[in-house]
Design a binder for this molecule. Sequence first.
Ligand code: C2E
Ligand code: MG
Ligand code: MG
Ligand code: MG
Length: 285
Amino acid sequence: VDISSDDVPLVPSTLSNAEELIERFKFEVDIEKGLQNDQFYMIYQPIVQLADGRIRGFEALMRWQHPEWGNVPPDRFIDVAEAMGSVGLLTEFALVEACQSLARINRSRDRPLFASVNISGQDVGRAGFVDFLEHLLDLHDLDPKMIKLEVTETALLPEDDQVAANLVLLRQLGCGISIDDFGTGYSNLGYLKALPLTALKIDRAFAGDVSKNPVSRSIVRLLVGLGRELGVDVIAEGLEAQEDVEILCESGCRYAQGFHFYKPMLLPQLEACLSAERANHQDVA
Ligand code: C2E
Ligand code: MG
Ligand code: MG
Ligand code: MG
């Protein structure tokens, strides 16, 4: 599979509403067919501890290899699936794959990694979601602490009681809850008070240009400080340049991910990276 291709198939935005609706229905049928025909797969981007550059976990990212359209970016099909109310199928697929991969990796490690999985607000609010995850964790004998659910700010409508109630249940189960793309959704931070969060992910829009943009640098310092005050982990996303890595490190940010460290990769490649890291570390010791 070619995971680097940037083909961008589209539901064209110039269509009339009726046409667009029909396109979306077709798209949804294609998603369901794609799930049945193994067109979806997960890739994993390592998350490192900034202090020593070692891999502590990974984020699971979904890919869709469509027979006609090629590689469809998740930003596109997740949006459509959410609009059609069928994102749950994709989320279950992501969780099943990520838990299986995590269990496989951690079987051969003394110090377990964590896995982050992106979740739509629709999933969190669904009755049965917590049970589904609990069963999956049991099946693979996974420590719930090693699963972090990533939700975006916009998914956390403070008035949605079902979402808030399920987040509490997920925390009681022991899973982590990370706010993805932090700072890009709302200017209203009220949900920080109301919801049981364990991590903030600083969006690439800020973390990815701290060395060039003084405003980004101020925002990053603010968010790292906020994380420290709240007692939650902070993870910087989208680090590509060494200068940005240094500034994030100095700011006290604990974790990072980005092309500077690793691109997302298939499971066998991730396992190879982990073996290489272990071999390197033993050389040093
Ligand atoms: P996200 O959760 O914020 O994921 C981070 C995105 O940044 C990923 O894009 C990743 O490949 C990209 N990235 C990481 N490091 C770098 C870097 O150094 N430079 C650049 N330019 N990009 C970097 P991706 O895989 O295209 O995913 C886009 C978004 O789609 C994700 O943003 C997430 O919101 C959504 N998504 C992906 N997989 C899933 C999934 O399984 N379920 C759900 N609900 N959403 C998903
Ligand atoms: Mg994410
Ligand atoms: Mg993000
Ligand atoms: Mg994003």
